[in-house]
Design a protein around this ligand. Sequence first.
Ligand code: SAM
Length: 234
Amino acid sequence: MQQYLQNKKGLVKNVFDQVYDKYDLMNDFMSLGIHRLWKKNLIHLMSPSPDHKLIDVACGTGDIAKLFLKNTHKLSKVTCVDPNSYMIEKGRQKLKNYKNLNWIIASAENLPLNDNSFDFYTISFGLRNTKNIQKSLAEAYRVLKPGGRFLCLEFSKIQNSNLEFIYKNYSKLIPSIGKFVVGEKKPYEYLVKSIENFVNQEELIELMLKSHFEECNYRNLSGGIVSIHSGWKV
Ligand SMILES: C[S@@+](CC[C@H](N)C(=O)[O-])C[C@H]1O[C@@H](n2cnc3c(N)ncnc32)[C@H](O)[C@@H]1O
């Protein structure tokens, strides 16, 4: 499934080229720090152990890798993948005291990794940015070991109309907040549009099933502002 905006030449790369330096700060600002709780929730769902291997795709500045390693006494192994070298570099600096980390510059649609290699595949606020969701899911399935689990944390569709009304109005402010914090409005206009255009919870389940994942389900967090989708390679 091709995504229209994300296929505009250079658009997504430009977005993250412009925000990488203040990406973490802006995340805290925009979500009032709640993105940290969403990410912790994702890790709790996995209950990782030291012998587990994670691939975190669209890793950005490495938040998921850091939490995963912290939860496994820094003994597990994590491969972080992102096409944006600036984001990766920020991650490297942030996690410089962590071992067992491998950073790879690549896209979700084309992972330069062997089949059946990982216990977990995570993609946090990343699937929305890929050019092709179906290709990305196929690659996730390929690199997971049989018995491995796919987890996607992503903006989703709000379930309550009052909350939706508040959120829609708040969204209109996001580009101005971006201008204030990062000095750029355009990346945050892209953010709002890409969230609006992204598939809903049930549609993502359908795409996962098409990619052969089993026991697929999701849980909404913060009323569906975000959701975590889970599926298994059996
Ligand atoms: C919103 S950030 C998410 C970063 C991190 N996972 C987090 O939760 O904070 C989205 C990331 O997706 C990356 N990205 C863009 N296109 C991608 C693609 N085709 N495949 C994988 N990652 C991509 C961007 O470079 C960026 O680092």
